[in-house]
Structures are given as structure tokens and as C-alpha cells.
Design a protein around this ligand. Structure first.
Ligand SMILES: C[C@@H](O)CC(=O)SCCNC(=O)CCNC(=O)[C@H](O)C(C)(C)COP(=O)(O)OP(=O)(O)OC[C@H]1O[C@@H](n2cnc3c(N)ncnc32)[C@H](O)[C@@H]1OP(=O)(O)O
Length: 706
């Protein structure tokens, strides 16, 4: 078997240990490497000519991306995974126990087990490249750092910072890593190896004490203080996760026990918790999301069609969505973008949106002002169709008005080139209708973003029947460059995400009209695992937007989409939600005391409070509506696969990731169980709960979606 590690000796006594997993684009840690690395460490120990060791990656732009997640997926039991963790502990202890200085030279992704490997070295130097990121993202996989990270990280950067990194899974950039003491130096990539060698030559140095405030020192330096920290961290975790994710509390327990009983005990606890977590359904679901998104990155969205070059984009409309789209086009895709609006106000909004995003990076010290300004220079603005001729793609983000969009199509066909793609950010209008005035319909496509654009990872790419494969592939590539996860969906009212969301929201509205309170409804769905409740979501999206989409869906998809009429009363009372400071919740000064229901909404709707229903029943009534419609979308070919349906729901509306998405959740529930729930509700509340035909067939045949 080809070797992964190569040891080379230099005349100055510094040996280089290069890790380069054969045939892989990224280095990952695999159990089968243990004998090879153990033999090499033995060789180093016995070679007295070696005075120092530098560990470096043989990959162009990554260090080590962590343990091989496929290896974890293959574990048959918690004990299998626990043993894997213990194996890693022993190898890393061997490395850390070497008498010679060991320095990790880091460039590119240094994540999970990769960072744990680097922390087992005596010191670390990383490149100042934008490609260099360090972190322990295991919690995002429902896991914890099982290679000693829960023990070494707190001892390196302090408990508070270590918990923050492990509980969020966030990645830090070189300057942040240096500041917190995670690395000892940050240098240009061109001198990374040289710097690491010099560091090794300088000999083993005593670990620098973590720079901490007096308060932090008092908290972290005493058992009482530490227990206060751990208890506080636990409360914050439970508030955020609602108990749906087991990993964070286990992370806290590893650190608590390790700090109280020593490194070795801490490692034992870490391995045991790691094993348990690998075996959880939550981690399996989260790992499936990683595999799905990785698989999707390789897909063009249109078979073997080739994406055309993307050298310039134009955004029509500089409002909330247009400004966001223009921003991610410059800040993420780094593609020159020209924003056109009918007035300067829209243009300044777009510029301000991008500047605010970039300036955050400057303030957080992971971008220089010069880098910010360079990216800002990619964005130009105009109130006329000037400087748009050479656009490769035009994204319109104007009002949901078909006539206006038709005008945009004709303008772009007149002002741009014959290959220019016209992508509509419509949230509900069928692309077929938008394309009906096009003389080049093959260039017309839907590209539906979710707000806030810079945060929501999903985009729906909506092809109508005449959209060319090249247009699809180019649009998918454009979205990917913006850092988005695109799913290609079939044209139809509401596409996929808004379609399944509409029925979920309608059921919540129905429950409100039955006398359930606004906050009780929201708390029930947050407890289920959504990031926010349906009433909060409606306030954020806009009650007027929801009211506009509903009739479009009802007209094309049928009676089950009929929104409760009472909602017209909200609009009559000028309640649009956060956007005009009047919705289900109070906004502005009145909200200074925290999030409060606007109690006057009950009078507007003519409601009297009823006995609070069980949160689980509230959640179930709303969620089964979403599940059932997701099956109808699969049946109608709106989504190409259960995988796309899961990713769309998770990344588009925050469907609980620990459930793996609607389709994985239906597999967990069982089609038969879901059909009986739906039929029970159908008998009680009406035909809107009638099970989708495909679901009934799957129940009868005892089939699963995966
Ligand atoms: C010991 C314990 O602490 C347990 C752990 O370490 S758990 C693993 C922790 N690490 C992670 O969660 C990182 C996962 N990877 C990523 O986030 C990304 O891959 C990246 C940011 C490192 C790079 O992103 P990108 O540049 O977009 O590249 P891809 O995501 O497409 O990945 C390229 C190929 O590498 C494969 N890969 C990446 N990380 C892992 C991993 N940890 N395990 C297995 N395979 C991994 C990925 O599948 C791609 O493979 P392909 O064959 O090229 O498609």
C-alpha cells in the first residue's frame, strides 16, 4: 500500500515528516495509518542525529481535514469508535512525548483531528493565507474532538475560548489563532517551512501562559470558578439546543472532568463520550448532511453540461435581496458585479450592504482594509443600462410583478449579449411565465435566494422546460462561487421550499385561530428543533409576502393551500411584521424589554385564548403538513431526490439538522406511522391532511426513502 507519511532528514538535523494520503484531495486521519506512523516515530526516537521534527502536509492547499468521516460512519458500535479515539490518543501521546522539538507547519484546512494532531506537536506555525483555517467542527457532525482536543485545547487557549471553539465548531483564521495562542507564529506561505524549521532548531520551549484577564484567570484557575463556567455553559447549550443535540453537553463534561481529574482521565472520558456520540442517530443524520453536500459539490445540476465562463454579473434591483446577492457576488464569488436600480437609493443600499459585510471582516481582523476596498471595487452601480453588454449572468431581484419581470427580460435581451443568462430571484412566479416573452427562453432560469442572503446557504435553481443545460450548469456554478448550496428544482408555484413551508405555516395559523397563543406556538416548534417558530418566521419574511404567495399556490396546487381568511384582517390592520414594526410581536422601543407578543393581535383576529395544547401535538400538526407536501414534491418531480429534499429543507428553512431532513425523518418515523397520523388528522381536521399517494404506496410496501 502506498505510504501516507514520508520522513526526510536534513543535514542540520531537522527531519521533515510529510503527510500526503495517496489519491485523496485532502489529508484525513485513518485508523490504518497507525502502524505506519508508530513505526516512523520509533525510527525518529532511535535516530540520535535527528534534533527536531517538522510535520507538514504534502497537499497543495490543506493540512489535515480531520478524521476520515467515512471511517466513523463505518463504526459498528460505540465501542468501535471509542477504540478509534483511544488509538488516536496513543499515537498523539507518542508524538507529544518525543524528546526533540516537534513543530506543525500548517497551511490550508487544519480541522478536527487535524488540529488535534497539530496540538500534539510542541508548537505550531501557520501561513497567513486566506485558505488557512483552524477549528474543531466535530460538534457540527454531532461529535466531539476525539483525538485529545477536549483536553489539549483548554490547556492551550484557556477553557472559555476552548469551549467556544468546540461548542460552535467555528473556524478561526491565522491572526485569530495567533492571538488566542493556538499557533505560535503566522508567516507568509513562502517561508512557512523555513520558519517551522527555525522554530524546531530553537528547541523545545515552555508553553507560553495563556493571556487572560484577571476575571478569567480567577474563573478558570479555581475549581469553584470552573464549575461556575461549566454550569453557565451548560445552561446556554440547553437554551440553544433545546436538548436535541447530545454532543455539546458531553464536550462540557470532557473538559470539566479533564480539568478536575487530569489529562489521562479526561482522555478516557473523551473516548467514551466520542464512542457514544458516533453511535447516535443525531450524528448519523448530521454526517449524512456532510456526505450529501460534498456529493452535490461535484454535480453540475445538468448532467455533463459545461458551465460557461463567469466574468461579470449584473444585478437588477439594489434592495434587500438585490443588495445581498450583489454582496455575495463580490465578497464570495469575487466576480465583478454591476448593480442597476431605478434610483440612487437602491444603489447606495447595495453598496452599503456589501461594505458592511466586508467591514466586519476588517473589524474582526481577518481582512485588511485594503482587501476590503479591493473587493468593494468589484461592485459598480448604474441607473441606466450602461456597462451591462458583457454580462454573463443577470439576476433580477425586483418586485414580484410579472409585467415588471417581463420588461426586465426584454431589456436584458436588448442590452446584453445572446449568451447572457437571465436569472429571476422570484420566490413564487413560475419561470415558464416569466420566460414566455423571451426570444431566447433557453437563457431564462430561476435563481431563488433566501433572506438574509449572506447567511442562508440554500438557493433553488429553477429550470423551465426550455432552459438549456448550459444555462443550468452555469447558474449552478455561479451559486457555488457565491458559497451557496444549490438544488435544481422543477418549475412550479412555490418551487420546493416555499411550497412545503406554506402548508407548515398555514397549519400554525390554523392553530392560532383555534386559540393557541403566538409564543406557545413558536416555543413548540423551537422545541421540535426549528431555529425560530412559525409566527416569528412570518414576521421576519413579512405577513404581506406570505399573503401574496398563498393565492398563487392555491390557484396552481389546490384547496389545501388556502390560507386562513383571518389573515386578511392582519393586513387590514397594516400588520406586515418586522418590516413595518407591527406583526405578531412588538418591535422598536417596546421590544427593549425583550421579545414580546403584541397582544393586540388577538383582538384584531377576534381570538379568545383556548387551553394550551401539548407542544408535541402542535409541532406534529405543523411538521406532518411539511412532510406530506415534501412527498408530493418528490412525486411531482419538483425535487430530483430525497437527498435534495432534505438539503433544501435544512438549508432553506432550518428543518432540524439532527433529524437529517424531512425524508430521513420520515424514514425514522416510518411511512406507515406517518400515514396513520395524517389519516387521524384528516378525520379530525379535514382533507388538507390527506396522505400523499406516494406516501400511501410506500407505507403499503413498507418502503423507505433511503
Ligand atoms: C478525531 C475526531 O476529532 C473526529 C474528527 O476529526 S471528525 C472530522 C472533522 N473535520 C471536519 O468536519 C471537516 C470536514 N471537511 C470540510 O469541512 C471540508 O471538506 C473542508 C473545509 C475541509 C474543505 O472544503 P472544500 O474545499 O469545499 O472541499 P470538499 O468539502 O469538497 O472536500 C474535498 C474532499 O475531501 C473530502 N473530505 C474533506 N474532509 C473530510 C473528512 N473529514 N473525512 C472524509 N473526507 C473528507 C471530501 O469528502 C471531498 O472528497 P472527494 O472525494 O474529493 O469528493
Amino acid at each position: 500500500m502506498d505510504k501516507t507519511f514520508n520522513l526526510s532528514r536534513r543535514e542540520d538535523g531537522i527531519a521533515l515528516l510529510t503527510m500526503d494520503v495517496p489519491g485523496e484531495t485532502m489529508n484525513t486521519l485513518k485508523a490504518q495509518f497507525a502502524p505506519e506512523i508508530t513505526a516512523i516515530l520509533q525510527e525518529i526516537k532511535s535516530d540520535t542525529c535527528i534534533k527536531g521534527l517538522v510535520l507538514i502536509s504534502g497537499k497543495a492547499d490543506s493540512f489535515v481535514a480531520g478524521a476520515d468521516i467515512s471511517m466513523l460512519d463505518a463504526c459498528q458500535s460505540a465501542e468501535d469508535a471509542r477504540l478509534l479515539s483511544r488509538q488516536g490518543h496513543h499515537v498523539f501521546a507518542e508524538l507529544e512525548g518525543l524528546n526533540i522539538p516537534v513543530v506543525a507547519a500548517i497551511h490550508g484546512a487544519c480541522l478536527g483531528g487535524g488540529l488535534e494532531l497539530a496540538m500534539a506537536c510542541h508548537s505550531r506555525v501557520c501561513s497567513d493565507s486566506a485558505k488557512t483555517m483552524l477549528g474543531v467542527p466535530e460538534v457540527q457532525l454531532g461529535l466531539l474532538p476525539g483525538g485529545g482536543g477536549t483536553q489539549r485545547l483548554p490547556r492551550l487557549v484557556g477553557i472559555a475560548k476552548a469551549l467556544d471553539l468546540m461548542l460552535t465548531g467555528k473556524q478561526v483564521r491565522p491572526k485569530q489563532a495567533l492571538k488566542m495562542g493556538l499557533v505560535d507564529d503566522v508567516v507568509p506561505q513562502s517561508i512557512l517551512l523555513e520558519s517551522a524549521i527555525e522554530l524546531a532548531k530553537a528547541g523545545k520551549k515552555a508553553r507560553k501562559p495563556v493571556k487572560q484577564s484577571l476575571v478569567t484567570r480567577l474563573l478558570e484557575g479555581t475549581p469553584v470558578g470552573r464549575n461556575i463556567m461549566f454550569d453557565q455553559a451548560g445552561k446556554q447549550v440547553m437554551k440553544k439546543t433545546q436538548g436535541n443535540y447530545p454532543a455539546p453537553m458531553k464536550i462540557i463534561d470532557c473538559v470539566r472532568q479533564g480539568m478536575a481529574k487530569g489529562l489521562e482521565k479526561g482522555l478516557e472520558v473523551e473516548a467514551s463520550h466520542f464512542g457514544e456520540l458516533v453511535a447516535t442517530a443525531e450524528s448519523a443524520a448530521l454526517r449524512s448532511i456532510f456526505f450529501a453536500t460534498t456529493e452535490m459539490k461535484k454535480e453540475t445540476g445538468a448532467g455533463d453540461a459545461t458551465a460557461r465562463p463567469l466574468n461579470k454579473a449584473v444585478i437588477l434591483g439594489g434592495g434587500l435581496m438585490g443588495g445581498g446577492i450583489a454582496s455575495v457576488t463580490t465578497t464570495k464569488a469575487k466576480i465583478p458585479v454591476r448593480v442597476k436600480d431605478i434610483n440612487e437609493k437602491g444603489l447606495s443600499n447595495a453598496l452599503g450592504y456589501a461594505y458592511k459585510l466586508l467591514d466586519k471582516g476588517v473589524k474582526r481582523r481577518y481582512m485588511s482594509a485594503a482587501e476590503r476596498d479591493k473587493l468593494m471595487a468589484l461592485m459598480t452601480t448604474t441607473t441606466e443600462y450602461k456597462g451591462v453588454k458583457d454580462a454573463d449572468i443577470v439576476v433580477e431581484a425586483v418586485f414580484e410583478d410579472l409585467k415588471l419581470k417581463h420588461q426586465m427580460v426584454q431589456d436584458i435581451e436588448r442590452e446584453c449579449s445572446e449568451h447572457t443568462i437571465f436569472a429571476s430571484n422570484t420566490s413564487s412566479l413560475p419561470i415558464t411565465q416569466i420566460a414566455e416573452v423571451a426570444s431566447r427562453p433557453e437563457n431564462v432560469i430561476g435563481l431563488h435566494y433566501f433572506s438574509p442572503v449572506e447567511k442562508m446557504p440554500l438557493v433553488e435553481v429553477i429550470a423551465h422546460e426550455k432552459t438549456s443545460p448550459e444555462t443550468i450548469a452555469t447558474t449552478v456554478a455561479f451559486a457555488r462561487k457565491q458559497g451557496k448550496t444549490p438544488i435544481v428544482v422543477k418549475d412550479g408555484a412555490g418551487f420546493y421550499v416555499n411550497r412545503i413551508l406554506a402548508l407548515y405555516m398555514n397549519e400554525a395559523a390554523q392553530l392560532l385561530l383555534e386559540g393557541q397563543s403566538v409564543d406557545h406556538l413558536d416555543k413548540a416548534l423551537v422545541k421540535f428543533g426549528f431555529p425560530v417558530g412559525p409566527m416569528t418566521l412570518l414576521d421576519e419574511v413579512g405577513i404581506d409576502v406570505g399573503a401574496k404567495i398563498s393565492p398563487i399556490l392555491e390557484k396552481e396546487l389546490g384547496e389545501r393551500f388556502k390560507a386562513p381568511a383571518a389573515f386578511d384582517k392582519l393586513l387590514a390592520d397594516d400588520r406586515k411584521g418586522r418590516k413595518n414594526g407591527k406583526g405578531f410581536y412588538v418591535y422598536g422601543k417596546a421590544s427593549k424589554k425583550g421579545k414580546q407578543v403584541d397582544e393586540s393581535v388577538y383582538a384584531v383576529l377576534g381570538l379568545k385564548p383556548a387551553t394550551a395544547r401539548e407542544p408535541k401535538e402542535i409541532a406534529q400538526r405543523c411538521v406532518v403538513q411539511m412532510l406530506n407536501e415534501a412527498v408530493r414534491c418528490l412525486e411531482a418531480g419538483i425535487i430530483a431526490s430525497p437527498r435534495d429534499g432534505d438539503i433544501g429543507a435544512i438549508f432553506g428553512i432550518g428543518f432540524p439538522p439532527f433529524l437529517g431532513g424531512p425524508f430521513r425523518y420520515m424514514d425514522t418515523l416510518g411511512a406507515g406511522q406517518l400515514v396513520s397520523i395524517l389519516e387521524g388528522y384528516q378525520a379530525k381536521y379535514g382533507d388538507r391532511f390527506a396522505p400523499a399517494p406516494l406516501l400511501k404506496t410506500m407505507a403499503a410496501e413498507n418502503k423507505r426513502f433511503y
